[in-house]
Design a protein around this ligand. Structure first.
Ligand SMILES: *Cc1c(COP(=O)(O)O)cnc(C)c1O
Length: 367
C-alpha cells in the first residue's frame, strides 16, 4: 500500500464502522468499571486492561504499522514493555551506545540487576562482532542524535539467523518514513510524543509486531505493570495521527530544502542530514527510508556560538525533544551525549520554509 493510500484510508477507518447518529470523532470514554453481568469476556471488563479510547488510537497505529499495535503512556513505556516481554535472566541484550540514553539507563539500572547482560556498541559498525548469543538486539536508526544508520535488512536477517529477536526504535522516522517490520524486524517501538503527537503537548508510545504470541506478552505486561495511557491523552494522539501525513511531509520537505543551505553557511562546520548526497548515511537512507526525515545535526564552532544561534533565532524553540510543528533545537552535549560542545540537534517544524530559512540565516550570521 502506498503512503498516500494509507493516509487517505486512515482518515476514514472509523467512519466506515459508524451507525447512524454516531459521532465522526471518537468519544473519550472515562471508565474504570464496565457493565459486566454474568460471564466476562468479549467486552471491556476493567479499565487497566481494556479501554475503548486506546482501541480507537491503536486502530490507527495498526493501520500505519500494518501490524497489531498496543498503546503506552510514553515511548519509554513502550520500550520497557518490549524489553520486559522478551528478556529473562541469563539473556544478553545488545543496545547502541549512541542511541536514546534512557534505554541504556533502563539496562544498567534495572535489567542488569535481574540477570540480563547488557552489551553496548556504536551504531557505526554495529554488526562488527556479530549477533551470536544475543536474545534481543535493540536498534535505533537513524540514531538520535548522531543520525548514523543501521542496515535494517542485513542486521535483522543476521540476528534472526543467530536465533535472536530485533526490536527497532522507529521514533525518528515514524511509520510513514520507515517500515522496520517490512525490512525484517520482529518488533517496532516508538515514542509518539514526537512527530505522531506533533504539538508538544502529549506523551505517548506504542509497540507493534506481527508476532501474535509476543504481542500477547506485551499486552499482559501493560496490564500487570499497570503503566497505562489516560483516555484523554490517547484521544489527543488519535486527533494528531489524522494530520501526521501533512505535518511529516512538510517537516521533511523543509529539512530537505534547509540542509544544503545550512551546510553551506560559514558558521557551520559539519551538517549531518541523510538527504545530503555526501552524507555518510545517504546511500543506506535512500535504500531503506521513504524520506530523509526532519532532524538535522549541526556542528558550530563551540558551546557559546551554538547557544547564541539557538537563543537568537525567533523561529527556534530552545527545548529538548523533537518532532513538533514548531522548529526546535538544543545542544545535546548539555545532557552528556558524546558529541562536540557546539553540536546542535535541529528539529525542523512546519513553518513556511522561506521565512524559516531567513530567520535561521540571520541567527547564524550573528554568531
Ligand atoms: C524520545 C525518545 C524516546 C522516549 O520517548 P518518551 O515518549 O519521551 O518516553 C525513545 N526513543 C527515542 C529515539 C526518542 O527520541
Amino acid at each position: 500500500m502506498t503512503t498516500e493510500t494509507k493516509a487517505a484510508e486512515l482518515l476514514h477507518l472509523r467512519g466506515q464502522t459508524l451507525a447512524k447518529g454516531d459521532p465522526i470523532a471518537p468519544p473519550i470514554t472515562l471508565a474504570s468499571m464496565y457493565h459486566l453481568p454474568g460471564t466476562p469476556g468479549g467486552v471491556p471488563g476493567y479499565g487497566r486492561a481494556e479501554q475503548p479510547t486506546w482501541e480507537a488510537t491503536e486502530h490507527l497505529l495498526s493501520h500505519l504499522e500494518e501490524a497489531p499495535a498496543l498503546l503506552f503512556p510514553s515511548g519509554m513505556g513502550a520500550i520497557s514493555a518490549a524489553l520486559f516481554a522478551t528478556l529473562k535472566a541469563g539473556d544478553r541484550l545488545l543496545v547502541p551506545c549512541d542511541g536514546y540514553y534512557n534505554v541504556r539507563k533502563l539496562g544498567d539500572e534495572f535489567l542488569k540487576g535481574l540477570g540480563v547482560e547488557v552489551v553496548e556498541r556504536p551504531t557505526k559498525g554495529f554488526a562488527e562482532g556479530g549477533f551470536e548469543g544475543f536474545a534481543v538486539v535493540f536498534i535505533e536508526t537513524p540514531s538520535n542524535p548522531g543520525l548514523d544508520l543501521i542496515d535494517l535488512v542485513a542486521t535483522c536477517a543476521a540476528v534472526r539467523r543467530a536465533g535472536g529477536l530485533t526490536v527497532v526504535d522507529n521514533t525518528t522516522m515514524t511509520p510513514l518514513g520507515q517500515r522496520p517490520l517490512d525490512l525484517g524486524a520482529d518488533v517496532v517501538v516508538a515514542s509518539d510524543t514526537k512527530a505522531p503527537g506533533g504539538h508538544s503537548d502529549n506523551l505517548m508510545g506504542h509497540v507493534a509486531s506481527r508476532n501474535a504470541a509476543l504481542m500477547e506478552r506485551v499486552r499482559t505486561w501493560r496490564t500487570v505493570a499497570g503503566g497505562i495511557p489516560g483516555p484523554f491523552e490517547a484521544w489527543l494522539l488519535h486527533r494528531s495521527l489524522e494530520t501526521l501525513h501533512l505535518r511529516f511531509a512538510a517537516m521533511c520537505a523543509n529539512a530537505e530544502a534547509l540542509a544544503p543551505r545550512l551546510a553551506a553557511h560559514p558558521a557551520i562546520s559539519t551538517c549531518r542530514y541523510p538527504g545530503l548526497p555526501d552524507d555518510p548515511s545517504h546511500n543506506l537512507a535512500s535504500a531503506q527510508m521513504a524520506t530523509n526525515g526532519f532532524l538535522i545535526g549541526l556542528t558550530l564552532a563551540d558551546e557559546a556560538s551554538a547557544e547564541r544561534f539557538i537563543d537568537s533565532c525567533p523561529f527556534l524553540r530552545p527545548a529538548t525533544s523533537f518532532g513538533g510543528v514548531h522548529s526546535s533545537a538544543e545542544r545535546r552535549a548539555r545532557w552528556g551525549d558524546a558529541v562536540a560542545p557546539g553540536f546542535v540537534r535541529l528539529s525542523v517544524g512546519t513553518e513556511p520554509v522561506e521565512p524559516l530559512w531567513a530567520a535561521l540565516e540571520e541567527a547564524l550570521d550573528g554568531v
